[in-house]
Design a protein around this ligand. Structure first.
Ligand code: NAD
Ligand code: 0WE
Length: 265
């Protein structure tokens, strides 16, 4: 039996077959979960419907997380199909492109800061609020995706680093808030992966190869590996884990001084 057999999972953030949320949905489906997906806008609707059909699902809903009305409508619509939700995955992050290219103090603006924190952090508690009654008393699980740029400076990650720091604190506060009703909240801190969100980033290829070189496993991680960790965290096997950040990064975050070059190995 799959480790998510019979669980109902709402996954937010599938935009392409490369999306981390796609790796998570694949793993959840393999482990026996029922899947519902959302799409940010009409441009993504038919693609996301196609992904849902891979999971034998017709449950797809629009949701731009910048909109309270769309979040409210989402849970009203889900309530018409499901008696509850066991798992909610938040795999959404955004800052205006101009914030992610250049010296932090030079490029950071009030509006860019606001948007980054609204879309990348506030939306997690907004969704937790919206899903609360559907998740209550089911030993449900909330999951979000973060990045080490929350704790260490990473060139060009800039205001997204602050938004991820906020998202991680958000995870802990949601865990404390919803723990008494049986709902857990955790985050996965993933290593860099080439996705749509990453394709807009200058020199991302160089970053990927340098990151692999400095990682204990000497390679980058995959969306399948994030999916497997997500399946664990959202399963009853992780019933004692909440408010936690789990690193799925090949060990990059524990590394001090990496080898200077391959000759030193
Ligand atoms: P992606 O582009 O495939 O996914 C980002 C998703 O965010 C898309 O589905 C997009 O539609 C959604 N989104 C953006 N603004 C939205 C809005 N206003 N309303 C609703 N949805 C919105 O890229 P990804 O790399 O899979 O990103 C998923 C998450 O993983 C993000 O939180 C990202 O920060 C995090 N992450 C990514 C990496 C990486 O290297 N790719 C590493 C660690 C963490
Ligand atoms: O969280 C992310 C990416 C988030 C992201 C990406 C974009 C590109 C397009 C947020 N907003 C936008 N806005 C756009 O207009 N990652 C963890 C991937 C990522 O992004 C980086 C990284 C890594 C890793 C940016 C700079 C340096 C490293």
């Amino acid at each position: 039996m799959g480790m998510l057999q019979g669980k109902k999972a709402l996954i937010i953030g599938v935009a392409s077959k490369l999306s981390i949320a796609k790796g998570i949905a694949d793993a959840f489906y393999r482990e026996g979960a029922e899947i519902a997906l959302t799409y940010q806008n009409d441009k993504l609707k038919s693609r996301v419907e196609g992904f849902a059909s891979e999971y034998q699902s017709t449950l797809t809903f629009p949701c731009d997380v910048a909109s309270d009305a769309e979040i409210t409508q989402l849970f009203a619509d889900i309530g018409k199909h499901w008696d509850g939700i066991d798992i909610l995955v938040h795999s959404v992050g955004f800052a205006p492109g101009s914030e992610l290219d250049g010296n932090y103090v030079d490029v950071t603006t009030r509006e860019g800061f606001r948007v980054a924190h609204d879309i990348s952090s506030y939306s997690f508690v907004a969704l937790a609020k919206g899903a609360r009654e559907l998740m209550r008393g089911r030993n449900g699980s909330l999951l979000t995706l973060t990045y080490l740029g929350s704790e260490r400076t990473m060139t060009n990650y800039n205001v997204m680093g602050l938004a991820k720091a906020s998202l991680e604190a958000n995870t802990r506060y949601i865990a404390a808030s919803l723990g008494p009703e049986g709902t857990r909240a955790n985050a996965i801190s993933a290593g860099p992966i080439r996705t749509l969100a990453a394709s807009g980033i200058k020199s991302f290829r160089k970053m990927l190869s340098e990151s692999a070189r400095q990682t204990p496993l000497r390679r980058n991680i995959t969306i399948e590996e994030v999916g497997n960790a997500a399946a664990f965290l959202c399963s009853d096997l992780a019933s004692g884990i909440t408010g936690e950040i789990l690193y799925v990064d090949g060990g990059f975050n524990i590394s001090g001084m990496a080898p200077l070059d391959e000759a030193e190995e």
